[in-house]
Design a protein around this ligand. Structure first.
Ligand SMILES: NC(=O)c1ccc[n+]([C@@H]2O[C@H](COP(=O)([O-])OP(=O)(O)OC[C@H]3O[C@@H](n4cnc5c(N)ncnc54)[C@H](OP(=O)(O)O)[C@@H]3O)[C@@H](O)[C@H]2O)c1
Length: 238
């Protein structure tokens, strides 16, 4: 299909920028979502052909509505923007910290997805990729996986926000299955980005994770929906 369009939120750096770059290389016109116009423009220039800037703060309802008005048809939405402000356990995390984290990682995804639904419904093969985290897997959290050991109960706001995002992935997938949507969650693995000090110090190549997102963005019509995959395509338990 020609003229396919994609939107990646939080695409001015990190994993999101690599996802945008790879989708542009696949021939998509890619809206590079960035809450800061200058940072978005720089990423667009770096990515080159196929990239378009789109100012989008996922916590700003008016800004989201304005951005959605600029996009007529959307084939792929990658909900990638995310924050991880603290590694603290719940006992040391105030409700405001939870709210702030959920505002971006959970409510932002709902706001952006719903705002862009009309554009996605104009696509013959709509796809949504929610960039989650293996640390949001309750199964992995309760059956320790050394790859994701963040200490007992650590990063509570972030990890619970990703568990909520996983739940939303299932519910959106069920709601929109009859309309041909494929909506899945991605665990990108630990990547060297600005997200948190641990990721910056110990993470792998963000581009490797981006390939996993692109695989889910390009799923065929008989592909899975409402599932959770690691960057390498293996299933992740909820
Ligand atoms: N890195 C890892 O090890 C890892 C592991 C598991 C999951 N993830 C997930 O991967 C995704 C990308 O993270 P990353 O590692 O690439 O981190 P990153 O380099 O810090 O990138 C995060 C992106 O999200 C954007 N963002 C934050 N708040 C936003 C808002 N309100 N509106 C719009 N954009 C916003 C940031 O924009 P600014 O530049 O303006 O701040 C940035 O572009 C996140 O959802 C994260 O939870 C990452």
């Amino acid at each position: 299909m020609n003229n396919r369009t994609a939107l990646v939120t939080g695409a001015n750096k990190g994993i999101g920028k690599d996802i945008a770059r790879l989708l542009a290389a696949e021939g998509f016109l890619v809206y590079v979502g960035s809450r800061d116009a200058g940072r978005g423009q720089r990423a667009v220039e770096e990515i080159g052909e196929g990239a378009r800037p789109l100012v989008l703060d996922v916590t700003n309802p008016d800004g989201i509505a304005a951005a959605a008005r600029r996009v007529d048809r959307l084939d792929v939405l990658v909900n990638n923007a995310g924050i991880s402000p603290s590694l603290a356990p719940p006992t040391e995390t105030g409700a405001d910290e939870f709210r702030r984290t959920y505002e971006t990682n959970v409510f932002g995804v709902v706001a952006v997805t719903n705002a862009f639904l009309p554009a996605l419904r104009r696509s013959p093969h709509p796809r949504i990729v929610n960039v989650s985290s293996g640390t949001g897997s309750l199964t992995w959290s309760t059956s320790p996986n050394p790859q994701f050991a963040t200490g007992s109960g650590g990063a509570a706001a972030y990890r619970s926000s990703k568990a909520a995002l996983n739940a939303l992935t299932v519910l959106y997938a069920q709601t929109l299955a009859e309309e041909g949507f494929k909506i899945n969650a991605l665990a990108p693995g630990l990547r060297a980005t600005d997200l948190n000090p641990r990721a910056a110090a110990a993470g792998g190549d963000p581009a490797e994770a981006a390939q996993g997102a692109v695989r889910l963005a390009l799923l065929p019509d008989d592909g899975p929906t409402g599932e959770f995959f690691s960057w390498d395509g293996t299933p992740v338990p909820w």
